[in-house]
Write a protein that binds this ligand. Structure first.
Ligand SMILES: NC(=O)c1ccc[n+]([C@@H]2O[C@H](COP(=O)([O-])OP(=O)(O)OC[C@H]3O[C@@H](n4cnc5c(N)ncnc54)[C@H](OP(=O)(O)O)[C@@H]3O)[C@@H](O)[C@H]2O)c1
Length: 347
């Protein structure tokens, strides 16, 4: 493993972070025994960055992870991250979301389940649309100063909100946002429009989630059947939920080219898809998910895949996001005119 810094912090993180969302989930996830084996295999391979959330399997994911780390005595080796936002109980608006009251209460519950007295990274899980950014950032700062948290991050927020958080933190001398956790894969590249440029400009690392699009990019699904997709796995399980994705013509075209490139390289499609994500600008560490140890093995093999400039260029073009307004005005043909015909690059 070649470690990278997480954004502009001094935290050294492996290129692949282990996602613990599958741990303890009884529908599309994995049981405790396999979860433990996945953690052991990841740490033995040199991995050091593990991600969970208070809401994963209603807290079971944190409990399993806490037990493995406590029993193995390896807590201190790990950059341990969890998240708040998910409601801790129904019917109480202050027991969910991103207000100070819920952040502090969620943290105490997570620390107890994780059997630790500090987190290396604490994430806001999802923008709740209402809490002022100053309340979130000042609470984060207090937690860092109290020694309960080493670094802080934002997941699933609009880019404008992340930029505002970072600028408010700088203005007040608060702990800055270390990283943004966002969905990013060959078939979901929306963040390239706003989040990636904001992260690069404001010094926030990117930590992509669902880099295999919930397993779609492993190549184990084909077109067909009544639903238009054949194959077993989480993608099928999610189709009935609000998180299910209706795969487009473009998704299938991306997958076909990905499989072609993987064959040329003698690698698995998952390895090529993961290697592409890790190579993208601004990415600090990519979250890998696995339901079995064999899947984790396959995914870690991406570290040995070397994509040529030609492969990267082919993959880059596949699912490039459409140039919606105003980005359609920022292409070289237009900007050159603004510069009197000259080509001008940023310093
Ligand atoms: N911040 C957020 O909102 C957010 C949201 C989602 C995830 N996350 C984080 O990101 C992590 C990774 O996300 P993800 O689990 O969605 O990632 P993913 O890599 O897109 O999907 C993982 C799933 O794909 C299948 N799979 C993985 N590797 C495979 C392989 N080599 N061969 C065949 N199938 C394979 C498995 O499901 P099946 O075996 O069932 O097909 C596995 O559970 C999570 O654990 C979590 O920490 C964060």
């Amino acid at each position: 493993m070649q470690y990278r810094l997480l954004g502009r912090t001094g935290l050294r993180v492996a290129p692949f972070a282990l996602g613990a969302m599958t741990f303890g989930d009884t529908s599309w996830g994995t049981d405790e025994t396999t979860s433990r084996a996945i953690v052991d295999r990841y740490l033995d391979a040199g991995g050091n960055f593990i991600d969970t959330a208070n809401g994963y399997a209603s807290g079971r994911s944190e409990e399993i992870l806490g037990a493995v780390l406590a029993e193995s005595g390896r807590r201190d080796e790990v950059v341990l991250a969890t998240k708040f936002t998910a409601a801790r109980r129904a019917g109480d608006p202050n027991a969910g979301g991103n207000g100070r009251k819920n952040i502090l209460a969620s943290l105490e519950e997570s620390l107890r389940r994780l059997r630790t007295d500090y987190l290396d990274l604490y994430w806001l899980h999802i923008w709740d649309t209402v809490t002022p950014v100053e309340e979130v950032m000042s609470t984060f700062d207090a937690l860092v100063r109290a020694g309960k948290v080493r670094a802080v991050g934002l997941s699933d927020t609009p880019a404008w909100y992340a930029a505002k958080a970072q600028l408010r933190a700088a203005a007040h001398g608060w702990e800055p946002v270390a990283a943004l956790q966002l969905e990013y894969s060959l078939v979901e590249r929306s963040i390239e429009r706003e989040h990636v440029p904001a992260a690069l400009d404001l010094g926030m690392g990117i930590v992509p989630w669902s880099p295999l699009a919930h397993g779609f990019l492993t190549g184990k699904y084909t077109r067909g059947g009544d639903d238009g997709i054949v194959g077993e796995g989480r993608v099928q399980a999610l189709r009935a939920s609000p998180y299910g994705r209706r795969h487009t013509e473009r998704d299938w075209a991306v997958l076909a080219s990905l499989v072609e490139i993987a064959d040329e390289l003698g690698a698995s499609p998952a390895q090529v898809a993961l290697s592409w994500v890790t190579s993208r600008p601004g990415v600090s560490s990519t979250l890998v998910g696995a339901r079995t140890v064999a899947q984790l093995e396959d995914n870690l093999g991406a570290l040995d895949v070397i994509l040529s400039a030609e492969h990267l260029a082919r993959l880059e073009q596949l699912g490039r996001p459409d140039l919606l307004h105003p980005y359609d005005l920022h292409v070289p043909e237009h900007t050159r005119r603004l510069h009197g015909g000259a080509v001008v690059a940023a310093g």
